[in-house]
Write a protein that binds this ligand. Structure first.
Ligand code: FA5
Length: 352
C-alpha cells in the first residue's frame, strides 16, 4: 500500500514536470514535492514509526525516488536556463580586449605638495597644520600688521560675517573677526605659542584672496610656509635650505637670488628668485628673458613676531618663507594658466 502511494507520487511528479515552462513553475513544483510540508517529505518522516524491516525496505525505495526527483529537477533547471539564454544577444567575444578600469588621478598640486613634504621630512622638518579659517590676530596683528596698516591692503582678504568672542590675552578687542587665511604665515605665531625653539617646520595649505583671477592669480591657491627658529639662525641658512630644496625638487642645480622687499613680519625681507628651470639662467620665454623666476617672499623673522609669540626679544633668530605651490607645479609641469588646477577639467587632470 505504502509502496504504491510512493510510486504514484513519483509518477505524478514526472508527469507534472513535463508541463513546466518557467523557473518559477519549477520552484513551485520543487516546493510541492520536496518542500518541508510536502506529502513526500511527510512520508519520509513517518518512516521512523515503522518496524525495522519495513523501514529498511521503504526507506531505500523512498530515498531512490527522492534522488530521481532531485536529479530531474536539476536537469529541468539547466534546460530552462539554456532555453532562456539568447546566444545572439549574450554571446561573448573572448578575443575582444578588456575594458580598462578608470583610475583616479591626483591633482598636480597634491603631487607637488606630497613631494615638498617628503623632501622636508627627510631634512628633519615637522609638517605642521594651520587653519583655513583664522582670526584677525593670527592672520595679521601677530604678524606685525595691526589694523589700518597699509600692508593689509597687499592681501585682499575674505572676511566671514560671523565674529567670535575674543579669547586671546594679547587682543584688546571684545570680538574677533574671522578671515579665510590669506597666507600660511598665519600659522607662525600659533605654532610658536605652543613650541619653544629650536624647531623647523613647514606649513602647507590653502590660502584665499579676494582678487581678480588671471593666468597667475587665483582666489584660492596653496602656499607652503617654512619657519626655522633657533639661537644662531641667519640668512645663510635660508639660502642653503632653499637651494637644497629646489635642487632636489627640480632634480637640477638651482641658484637662489634674494632681492630686498618688505613684509612687516620679516626684518630684513626678500623677494625670492631661482634660476629658470627651463633655460637654466640663459633667458627664455618662461622667464621673460631674465633667466630668473620669482617664487615668493622670505626673510628673517621680525622680533615683534617673536614677542607676539611670547618669546623674549633678541634671544632667537629665525627665517621664514611663503612660496606658492601652484607656481612650483606650473614650473615643474610647464603649465601656463593657474586656473586649470581648480577647473575640474578631467582632460587636464588625466595627464598626471
Ligand atoms: C606672502 O604671502 C607672505 N606670507 C610670504 C612670506 C612668508 C614672506 C614668510 C616672508 C616670510 P605674497 O603675497 O608675495 O607673500 O605671496 C607669496 C607667494 O604666494 C607668491 O609669490 C605666489 O607664489 C603665491 N601667491 C600669492 N597670491 C597668489 C594668488 N592670488 N594666486 C596664486 N598664487 C599666489
Amino acid at each position: 500500500m505504502k509502496k504504491e502511494k510512493i510510486k504514484n507520487l513519483s509518477n505524478q511528479f514526472f508527469q507534472e514536470i513535463q508541463t513546466v515552462q518557467s523557473e518559477d513553475q519549477l520552484f513551485q513544483l520543487e516546493k510541492k514535492y520536496l518542500g518541508r510540508k510536502s506529502e513526500f517529505i511527510g512520508f519520509l518522516k513517518s518512516l521512523k514509526n515503522l518496524a525495522p524491516e519495513e523501514r529498511k525496505q521503504f526507506g531505500r525505495l523512498a530515498n531512490e525516488i527522492k534522488k530521481e526527483i532531485t536529479q530531474k529537477l536539476e536537469e529541468k533547471k539547466k534546460e530552462l536556463i539554456e532555453k532562456s539564454f539568447d546566444f545572439e544577444k549574450e554571446s561573448l567575444d573572448v578575443t575582444m580586449p578588456g575594458r580598462k578600469k578608470g583610475v583616479g588621478h591626483l591633482n598636480p598640486i597634491s603631487i607637488v605638495r606630497y613631494k615638498i613634504e617628503d623632501i622636508f621630512s627627510r631634512m628633519g622638518y615637522e609638517v605642521a597644520d594651520g587653519s583655513e579659517i583664522e582670526t584677525e590676530f593670527y592672520n595679521f596683528d601677530a604678524l606685525n600688521i595691526p589694523a589700518h596698516h597699509p600692508a593689509r591692503d597687499m592681501q585682499d582678504t575674505f572676511w566671514l560675517q560671523q565674529k567670535i568672542k575674543n579669547q586671546h590675552p594679547k587682543v584688546k578687542r571684545e570680538e574677533e573677526r574671522l578671515a579665510m587665511r590669506s597666507q600660511t604665515s598665519a600659522g607662525q605665531v600659533k605654532y610658536m605659542e605652543k613650541h619653544k625653539p629650536p624647531f623647523r617646520i613647514i606649513v602647507p595649505g590653502k590660502c584665499f584672496r579676494n582678487e581678480a583671477t588671471d593666468t597667475t592669480h587665483e582666489h584660492t591657491f596653496y602656499q607652503f610656509e617654512a619657519l626655522v627658529v633657533g639661537e644662531n639662525i641667519n640668512v645663510g641658512h635660508l639660502k642653503f635650505t632653499a637651494q637644497e630644496f629646489f635642487s632636489q625638487f627640480f632634480k637640477q642645480k638651482v641658484k637662489i637670488r634674494l632681492r630686498p622687499s618688505y613684509f612687516p613680519f620679516t626684518e630684513p625681507g626678500f623677494e625670492f628668485d631661482i634660476t629658470c628651470t627651463v633655460c637654466h639662467g640663459k633667458g627664455c620665454s618662461a622667464c621673460q628673458g631674465g633667466g630668473w623666476l620669482e617664487l615668493g617672499g622670505a626673510g628673517m623673522v621680525n622680533q615683534n613676531v617673536f614677542e607676539a609669540s611670547g618669546y623674549p626679544r633678541n634671544k632667537y633668530q629665525g627665517f621664514a618663507w611663503g612660496f606658492g605651490i601652484e607656481r612650483l607645479a606650473m614650473m615643474k609641469y610647464g603649465i601656463d594658466d593657474v586656473r586649470l588646477f581648480h577647473s575640474g577639467d578631467l582632460r587636464f587632470i588625466k595627464q598626471f
